[in-house]
Design a protein around this ligand. Structure first.
Ligand SMILES: Cc1ncc(COP(=O)(O)O)c(C=O)c1O
Length: 408
């Protein structure tokens, strides 16, 4: 038997079924008209934002990293919840603009911005988080050609890394950002050549559950930003401090101690170095805002036994939920939080393997998991599906097509 990850709080049981936003899994599938289905809950997103607002100092704004879930309705909903948006492509820019978001609330990071992307962002008034000297030069040339002053911040590749993060985005050689020691020269050059200086972006890691690591990372980021600002010799209008707060996906994972992170940041903000006295601060997060607010629902289409092992074969799988299958950034496969949605709360009486419909042994949703007895027609729920699910999975693989998505 292998345990499944911790089911996030905020879900209910109605008529013996998992319910989201007051509606049962079956009712949600009926509304969408089909499975597999991602359901995202506005109420759970809002509750998470409210927790962050309550814990973090008021001075620290919240940016939504669109890459976590670029569904148009999610982006539009986030417009009322967060202060800014971080995008990684002109495709994400188009989604934000279509959702009515003011481009001046948007910043654009990413190591390989094409000229067309730079032009679209500069023309719209988006802040570029400049990733290299070469990108800075291209941005200046494009802005001259189109006659629009570029808004530019520099993404810094710091020499430190956020310890304990699942994905390290700084420290040593990296394709992201400009090595810290080269930032002052580049900043002065961009400013001298007419760019509107927007400040610094220091994103050091992602998927961190340790409050200590986050607190230490934030202290390092503030110290580095102050040091760079002094060396640049111009005020830092805005500092994007990154985020990194993680999601407990696996057995034994515990949530980030948010009140502790918030209290430590409040202390640091109360004693900000003089160089950052007037700097606007923000944190940038994707999965922490939306990840636990999403559930993936897939229907059991076959129940079979092979050499004594029971398989529940679903109509979903890794083509929608690559991360839950264990093939997106994990070394050892562990079970995501999952349940039989139509028998929610029933006693777990049998050990099963829940698999997807793809003809590959990689397509696993839960291995050797204890579940209530389930049959063809029952719905399986995979939790923590609100971030890096639909958009971070190979939905074209084997031709089953994308899942439906609902925001409730
Ligand atoms: C620059 C940048 N911003 C934001 C994110 C979002 O991270 P998360 O969804 O873990 O908050 C990432 C993730 O790698 C990133 O590289």
């Amino acid at each position: 038997m292998k345990p499944v990850g911790p089911i996030p709080s905020g879900f209910e049981t109605i008529d013996g079924e998992l319910a989201i936003g007051g509606r049962t899994a079956s009712a949600l599938v009926a509304k969408a008209g089909r499975t597999p289905l991602f359901v995202y809950s506005r109420a759970l997103i809002d509750a998470r934002v409210a927790q962050l607002r309550a814990a973090l100092p008021q001075r620290v704004g919240l940016n939504y990293a669109v890459k976590a879930n670029p569904h148009p309705l999610v982006i539009a909903h986030m417009a009322s919840q967060v202060d800014g948006f971080d995008i990684a492509s002109s495709g994400e820019l188009a989604l934000c603009v279509a959702a009515g978001i003011d481009p001046r609330r948007i910043s654009f990071a990413g190591p390989g911005k094409r000229d067309e992307e730079l032009e679209a962002a500069i023309a719209a008034g988006v802040t570029l988080n400049c990733e290299s000297e070469g990108e800075g030069a291209r941005a200046l040339a494009i802005s001259q050609r189109i006659g629009v002053r570029p808004r530019i911040a520099i993404r810094v590749n710091p020499s430190f890394v956020m310890t304990g993060s699942g994905m390290k985005m700084g420290g040593g050689a990296k394709p992201f950002g400009v090595d810290a020691e080269r930032v002052p020269d580049l900043a002065r050059k961009l400013i001298a050549e007419g760019a509107e200086w927007r400040g610094l972006h220091i994103f050091t890691g992602s998927q961190t559950l340790s409050a200590d690591a986050i607190i230490e990372g934030q202290a390092n980021v503030l110290a580095l930003a102050a040091q760079l600002t002094k060396a640049i010799g111009h005020e830092c209008p805005k500092l994007n401090m990154g985020g990194g707060l993680g999601t407990p996906y696996f057995p034994g994972d515990t949530p980030v101690d948010l009140p502790r992170v918030g209290a430590a940041l409040a202390e640091q903000v109360a004693q900000l170095p003089a160089a950052l006295a007037d700097t606007e601060l923000c944190m940038e997060m994707g999965r922490y805002l939306v990840g636990e607010a999403g559930v993936y629902l897939t229907r059991i289409i076959d129940r079979k036994v092979s050499h004594g092992v029971t398989y529940l074969v679903t109509d979903g799988g890794l083509h929608h939920q690559l991360a839950a299958s264990g093939n997106f950034g994990t070394v050892v496969r562990r079970n995501y939080p999952s349940a039989i949605a139509t028998r929610y709360g029933e006693e777990a009486t049998e050990e099963v393997n829940i698999v997807g419909c793809l003809c590959t042994p990689l397509d696993r949703l839960a291995d050797n998991a204890m579940m209530p007895r389930a049959d063809v027609g029952d719905l399986v729920a995979v939790f923590c599906a609100g971030a890096y699910g639909a958009s971070a999975s190979p939905s074209a693989f084997l031709g089953h097509g994308p899942a439906a998505e609902l925001l409730v």
